[in-house]
Design a protein. Sequence first.
Length: 226
Amino acid sequence: MNHYILITVILLLSINLYGLLYSYLIVEKNLHNSNKIQSKNISLKVLISRIPLISFNVSVLILLNVIGLYFFQYLFIKEFNSYTILVFEVLTVLIIDDFFFYFLHRLMHENKYIYRKIHKIHHRANVPIPIEYIYVHPFEWMSGMIGPFLAMISIGGISFESYVFYLIIRNMHEIHIHSGITTILIHKIFPFYGTNEHHDIHHSKRNGNYASTFIFWDIIFKSRIN
């Protein structure tokens, strides 16, 4: 159990340090400047001003993962079986998680009180940068954790290996869809995978495109905008 916790802590720290470094390179060093979706630039001062909330959220995120693995591992972690089952588990959790996220995210926009008190913080970023995926009200991302937990429980748990792959895919995807950098190639390979363009439009217009990982939820529920 202890090595599960250690791996998870190192993984989450590494992912978020990557997101912070990527944000710094975009803001201060104009990384991928010619491939930006929006022409407006974010200043280093703005990035620095958002570090306290980001740091708090990352710290609590890691703490909750540690608590979950230490006390409740038996509820959602099981033995590794095969790579075929790993793919099934990761894909299933991503789909269920994104289904839950779609309706939670849409509610946060359509309920004006929730938007004003909670989700509006995240939408201070009209032109998002990578680490701003976690620049949110703590209640927002904590409520979002219900989705993957329900997904894992509903299929009788997943292996720790699947859990690691889920964390990598979900968090790295969130970092990149908040980068503001075009992602034409990935869209051609996986046509229903949420692209940077899809989410950047959501930030610029502040409605529609509520899905994150899979854009087909926006297609099914008629909330996709271009």
